[in-house]
Write a protein that binds this ligand. Structure first.
Ligand code: OAD
Length: 225
């Protein structure tokens, strides 16, 4: 059985990372348009770097939870039959041991050089404008996808959706496109696992509500039988 799993901020909530739109979410006090657009970066690169530096540093204080671990178990069991795509820019899927993770919105722990186009693994701050290790210019930006930019790997994602037997959406509000439309592109059955039914829940064949650390391991156990 070929499965596509899409994850959002809700899967990392119980690890201690804020979601975007729930109460206390990350955008509170930060208008996303002031930190997560190419225009914002052009206008005030210091602010945008500080914001992402803080988020990158926060990764060092959190750990994967039982939901990330369950998906890693599933990935190891299914191999290429699991296509795991995340909107999250954290690295908790990798640290839980997931073999392949498609980061459609980029990664906090990566820096992209705007001059030579190279993406580097990056764990340090960018605020002090370190040089690109390849071309030595001080043109690095967080390698995350901002509003108005095209998410990574869309062709591969669409192909996986067209060929899947099951699409599972975990911990995402279904408010941000193109990910919100994946449920309509999936060839197979569709299942939502979320704290509460999302705005797009009607589009799914099945919906299960509850905290990710409970409902994701339970679902993985069912699949692995
Ligand atoms: P949101 O904050 O919009 O939605 C988080 C979802 O997770 C909500 O539906 C919550 O009900 C659910 N949730 C919260 N805690 C949960 C828990 N413990 N277990 C299960 N579900 C839980 O986050 P995303 O949908 O990921 O894009 O946001 C999508 C995109 O919007 C982000 O990738 C980001 C943002 O703009 C970019 O930065 C490009």
């Amino acid at each position: 059985m070929r499965i596509v799993v899409l994850t959002g901020a809700g899967i990392s909530a119980e690890s201690g990372l804020s979601t975007f739109r729930d109460e206390g979410g990350l955008w509170e006090g930060h208008d996303p348009m002031t930190v997560a657009t190419p225009e914002a970066f052009e206008d005030d690169p210091d602010l945008v770097h500080r914001f992402y530096d803080q988020r990158r540093a926060a990764l060092g204080r959190v750990r994967p939870n039982a939901a990330h671990e369950a998906l890693a178990r599933l990935g190891k069991a299914l191999g290429a039959d699991l296509y795991l795509v995340t909107q999250n820019v954290d690295d908790l899927h990798e640290r839980a041991g997931s073999p392949h993770v498609h980061h459609m919105h980029g990664r906090l722990r990566a820096a992209l050089c705007q001059a030579c186009g190279t993406s580097h693994d990056w764990h340090e701050p960018l605020s002090h404008r370190p040089p690109c290790p390849r071309c030595l210019r001080t043109t690095l930006r967080p390698d995350v996808v901002w509003f108005g930019e095209v998410p990574y790997g869309m062709y591969d994602i669409h192909e996986a959706l067209w060929e899947c037997d099951l699409f599972v959406s975990i911990g995402t509000s279904g408010l941000v496109y193109p990910a919100a439309a994946f449920v309509h592109l999936a060839a197979g059955r569709t299942l939502e696992l979320n704290l509460e039914a999302s705005v797009g829940a009607d589009g799914f064949d099945d919906v299960r509500e509850g905290p990710a650390t409970e409902i994701v391991p339970r679902w993985v156990d069912e699949v692995l039988g």
